[in-house]
Design a protein around this ligand. Structure first.
Ligand SMILES: *Cc1c(COP(=O)(O)O)cnc(C)c1O
Length: 357
C-alpha cells in the first residue's frame, strides 16, 4: 500500500506509534493478558495510566497550581452547556466572541443560563477573519474564545484580555491544543475534544481553575458538575479508557519529541511552506488575511475557478485524502495537525504544483 496522508479536520491524523500501541493494548495491555477494554478503571494499571496521562498534560502545558485536569465525555459540545451551567449565574453576563460555527454553538447554549453579550462577530464575512475590536461588558464573569476556528482556518495569535479585572478567559482549544505554548494562567477554563490534536473521539480534556467554581446558585445535575469529576479524579463513572490511552501515547510521543515548543516550530514551518505555495501558485488563493491564518487548518480556493472535484480526485490518486473544504466555505482545506508529517505537506505542495487546470 502506498503512503496515505489524511488531511481531515477531525477525527484527524494520529502518530503511527499511537495506533500501534493502541492496537496492542486492545489485545493484551502491557502483558497483563487482558485487553485494556476489559480491564476495570479501578484496577491499578489503569488508574496509573490515567494518572500518567494527567501528568503529561500538566507537564506539557506547564499548568500552574490551582488547576484541575479532567477527562470527561460528551465532546467539546457538552462543554458548551456545562461551562455556563457551572460558571454563569442567571442574572450575570458572559462575553462571547463569535468567530465561527463552534463559537455560535457555544453562544446558543450559554443563552439558556444567563445573559450573553456577543462582543464581536465575523459571521457576515463567513468568519474569514478574527475581529480586532471587542465590545466587552464591564462586569462579564468570563470572556469566551475559540482559539482556532477549525472550519474557516483562522486562529487567535494573542488572546484578548478580559475587561473585568475579576473576569477570566474561557477557551475552546479543540483544534489547536498542544500545538503551541500557552500561558494557562491567563485562563479560568480550557477545554478540547480529543479528536483533532490529541487522540481519538470519546474523551474531552478540561483544565479548570478551582476558585471559579461553586459560585452559581442553581442546582447542577451530578454528571454536569465539575466538582463531581474533580472529587473522583475523572472516575465518577466509567471513563473511556481506550481513548484516554491513545491520548496518553500521543502526549508521550509529543514529550519525547521536545514538547510543545518544539512542535510549535515544526507546525510553523509546515504551515509557512503550505501558505507559501498558495501564494506562489497562480491557481490557488487563501481567503484569510495573513495575520489571522491558522497553523492547523489551511483553507484554499481556486483563484479563477476550476473543477474542485477534479483537483480532489487528482490528490486522492496520490494518496492525499480528505482535502475537501467544509460545505459552508467550499474549496479545499488541509488540516495539518501535530501528527501530520512535513512529508505530507511536501506531497500536497508537489500535487498543487503539478496540477494543471
Ligand atoms: C470539532 C470541534 C468542536 C466539536 O467537538 P466535539 O468533541 O465533536 O463536540 C468544538 N469546537 C471546535 C473548535 C472544534 O474544532
Amino acid at each position: 500500500m502506498s503512503k496515505i496522508y489524511n488531511f481531515s479536520a477531525g477525527p484527524a491524523v494520529l502518530d503511527s506509534s499511537v495506533m500501534e500501541a493502541t492496537a496492542k493494548a486492545a489485545i493484551n495491555y502491557n502483558g497483563y493478558g487482558m485487553s485494556l477494554m476489559e480491564m476495570s478503571h479501578r484496577s491499578k494499571p489503569v488508574m496509573a495510566m490515567v494518572e500518567e496521562t494527567e501528568s503529561f498534560v500538566r507537564e506539557l502545558l506547564n499548568i500552574p497550581d490551582g488547576y484541575h485536569v479532567l477527562f470527561l465525555q460528551g465532546g467539546a459540545s457538552l462543554q458548551f452547556s456545562m461551562i455556563p451551567m457551572n460558571l454563569l449565574g442567571e442574572e450575570q453576563t458572559a462575553d462571547y466572541t463569535d468567530t465561527g460555527a463552534w463559537s455560535a454553538k457555544a453562544i446558543k447554549e450559554a443563552q439558556l443560563f444567563g445573559n450573553v453579550n456577543v462582543v464581536c462577530s465575523s459571521k457576515a464575512s463567513v468568519y474569514n477573519h478574527i475581529p480586532k475590536e471587542l465590545n466587552q461588558s464591564d462586569d462579564a464573569v468570563y470572556l469566551h474564545v475559540t482559539s482556532n476556528n477549525t472550519i474557516y482556518g483562522t486562529q487567535w495569535k494573542e488572546f484578548p484580555i478580559p475587561k473585568n479585572l475579576n473576569g477570566y478567559l474561557v477557551a475552546d482549544m479543540s483544534s489547536d491544543i498542544f500545538s503551541r505554548p500557552i500561558d494557562v494562567s491567563q485562563f479560568g477554563l480550557i477545554y478540547a475534544g480529543a479528536q483533532k490534536n490529541m487522540g481519538p473521539a470519546g474523551v474531552t480534556l478540561v483544565i479548570v481553575r478551582d476558585d471559579i467554581l461553586g459560585k452559581v446558585e442553581r442546582a447542577i445535575p451530578t454528571m454536569m458538575n465539575y466538582r463531581t469529576h474533580i472529587d473522583k479524579d475523572s472516575m465518577f463513572n466509567t471513563p473511556p479508557v481506550m481513548s484516554i490511552y491513545a491520548v496518553n501515547r500521543t502526549l508521550a510521543c509529543l514529550k519525547e519529541n521536545g514538547g510543545v515548543t518544539a512542535i510549535a516550530e515544526r507546525n510553523e514551518c509546515k504551515a509557512q511552506k503550505l501558505y507559501g505555495e498558495i501564494e506562489r501558485n497562480p491557481l490557488f488563493t487563501s481567503p484569510i488575511p495573513e495575520k489571522d491564518r491558522s497553523l492547523m487548518n489551511i483553507p484554499f480556493v481556486f483563484a479563477d475557478g476550476g473543477d474542485e472535484a477534479d483537483f480532489l480526485s487528482f490528490c486522492d490518486g496520490r494518496g492525499l485524502k480528505t482535502l475537501k473544504g467544509h460545505r459552508s466555505v467550499g474549496g479545499f482545506r488541509a488540516s495539518i495537525y501535530n501528527a501530520m508529517p512535513e512529508a505530507g505537506v511536501d506531497a500536497l505542495i508537489k500535487a498543487m504544483g503539478d496540477y494543471k487546470i
